[in-house]
Design a protein around this ligand. Sequence first.
Ligand SMILES: [Zn+2]
Length: 443
Amino acid sequence: MYSPLRNTVWPTALALLLSTAIFQRATATVGVLDIDDLLHTKDQQTFSSDDSDSPWSHDPHCTVSTSLSTLGRKYCVYTSNFTGPTGISIITTPRIAAAAAPLLDDNPLDNFLTPAQAEALYFNAPPYKVVDVPEKGGKGVVATRKIRKFETFMVDQASVVVDMSLERAVSREENWSLLRVAVERLRKPGVVRELSAKHADGREEEEDEGEEELLGRLEEDVMMTNAFGSQIAETKFRALYPLVSRINHACHPNAFVLFSRAGISMAVKAYRDIEPGEEISISYVTLGQPYPRRHDALKRWGFTCTCALCSLPTQEKTASDVRRSLIAQAETKIIEFWQAGKPTEAIDLTHEAIEIIKDEGLEHLLTDEYALLAKLYLLIGEREKAEHYGRMSFDLLADMGFLGHDVDRQRVELDIENFLEMVGDGMREVRGTYVQEAEDEEV
Ligand SMILES: [Zn+2]
């Protein structure tokens, strides 16, 4: 059976799109990566290791955990300076570092762009630039030409990657020390340090700033305010993508991020057409939440949102919140109908939910809704409609880049049952009933 969905990036990407990114607004000064750096990484082997088989350009810098749950576990800084635009430093255990080593050469150009697209992005100037956005207290990214809906217009590669378990395994001072080493061993440490708000604000106290750099507090600040949650070698990491971290937040963003399967590289794609001069935005929190919930989520990271959606007049903001609540309620209700053996009612409600989702501009949710409709139509024996909505879900997933950049959708003969099974897997987190079903099948 031919499956168009195997060996693609989408399941991880979909899960990550739906989950909360550990990420916060960047305020910064200078230092921009550009596409040339990404294209020329192979020529930039300015460091070499004594051991030619080793992917690392430096000897590991290690510490041993004194925390009870991870007592005696070794955590080290591993750096490869021949990787990516800045080099990459990974802080983790030797075992996980060994598993991650083959993933380092995770070139975003190969992952997200065809050779023709990579060339277009390279020979024409990048379609964005980093600018000062004083009202947001730092930098932002604006489009320099029209960016088309679903276009992949930016790619990036992680420069500092920190095992999530590190924080609890070692003391705060050791954490700082490891982070400092991780950053200073990079080929371009300045690209990371410049992302710190402290770096931007602390000018009047030069001495303190120097001290902070020495300690690694500045590097910690950069990671806490800019890193994404990512999964690499089946381990949860905090990963810093220096270029992507220049993009500011909006609750109704015009762009979204896509992780590679390896988790090292990332692409930014447009949700809709973006006009020249328009600021590019992504959402740092789960999309589609009503105002109070997303406001809380952002506030927790010291963030008060003043985006277009949050700045709407009260009446319009309330209308948006009502639609968002209805969408969330519809999901529960659809599942209830389904479980109660009322597929027709479930179908009607799904159609209604689709209209509300379109009104609210949350198009990414439609991949799930179309797949759900296909499943429901299949359940009542309306195969033609099932295939129609299955195809719509498939096409939208492909448009959004979740099926990889080189899927030839014209040639894909969609196997509806197989497709829905795959989509079901990807939706475990949002649809409890799918989880139930998948578990039943495994038994
Ligand atoms: Zn907002």
